[in-house]
Each structure stands twice: as C-alpha cells, then as structure tokens.
Ligand binder design. Sequence first.
Ligand SMILES: C[S@@+](CC[C@H](N)C(=O)[O-])C[C@H]1O[C@@H](n2cnc3c(N)ncnc32)[C@H](O)[C@@H]1O
Length: 163
Amino acid sequence: MSRLDSFIRRLEAQRAVLDWAAAAIEGREGLVIEIGLGNGRTYDHLRELLPDREIYVFERDPHPNPVSMPPAPFLVVGDIAETLPAFRERHDAAAILIHADVTTGVPERDRVVFASLPADVVALAQVGAIVVSGWPLDHDRLEPLPRPGKVPEGRYFIYRCAA
Ligand SMILES: C[S@@+](CC[C@H](N)C(=O)[O-])C[C@H]1O[C@@H](n2cnc3c(N)ncnc32)[C@H](O)[C@@H]1O
C-alpha cells in the first residue's frame, strides 16, 4: 500500500471512530480530552461534533492551522508525562471521551516514550468513558470494544474504561 493510501485510510478511520465516539457519549456528562493537537484536524472535528462540550487539548508544541487553535483555557501546553497527571489533580476522573493521537512515528518507540500514557488516561477517565487511540493502550481497566463500520483491524483502537 502506498503511503498516500495508508494516510487516507488513517484519516478515514479517525473520522469514523470519532463520529462513533461522539454518538456513544451522547447524553452523558463529562469532559472531552484530545491528546496531541498536531495540525488540529481531529480537534476541529471533535469540536464540530460536540459543540457544547468542554474539550481540553494537550500538546507540547502547539502550532496547528490557526483556525484550529483551542481557546487558551482549554489548551494544556507541555509534555503529557507531566501535564496529564497535573490535570488529574485539578479535575479528577472527569473525562467521558479521550482521544489519544500522540506518536513518535515509530510504534516500538511509542511504547517506551509513552509508557505511562495508558495509566494516565485511565486516571482521567470516568467509569464507562470511551477511550480511542491511534495505537494500542494496554491497561487492565481498558476493555477493548469492536471497531465501528469498516475501520480495518489495527488502524484504530477503542476501549471502555471499566470500574
Ligand atoms: C500525530 S500528531 C496529532 C495530530 C492531530 N490529532 C491532528 O489531527 O492534526 C501528534 C502530536 O503529539 C504531540 N506530542 C508528541 N509527544 C508529545 C508529548 N510527550 N507531550 C505532548 N504532546 C506531544 C506532537 O507535538 C504532535 O503535535
């Protein structure tokens, strides 16, 4: 598969998963957390899907397309190894949806660099919260859910946070 095809499939999977996740949290209270602002594409999609939600975005180096810059109070700048635990101190387990889209681009490196991410995500998630991620998050409280629609296996990972 060409890199172009792979990129397109990744974006299609992201959109399908975020659309599904937004519907899955309908009627349930809680914050939305976006980990990895990047260009701001998925943040922009989430805020369009969920205009009435508070969406907090975590990013160490925020340089999105200017139209997708989160409002200052909702942008948490810094390394997630520090900012996620600090956010937990202030907000407790308040998230109903968490989207993790941080990567070094090398899966084997991600597992080392982001080793604390699964536990940090679980600490922020309400029981029953939906967690979606571009790579697998291994944690006892993250129960895998089936992928929606035609999202291919291994493209995106979906979990419910158990008690
Ligand atoms: C794949 S991009 C996110 C793409 C974004 N979701 C979009 O749709 O445009 C990953 C982002 O994670 C950020 N990132 C990587 N490691 C990080 C860390 N340790 N702490 C905070 N942000 C980090 C990078 O700076 C980058 O902007």
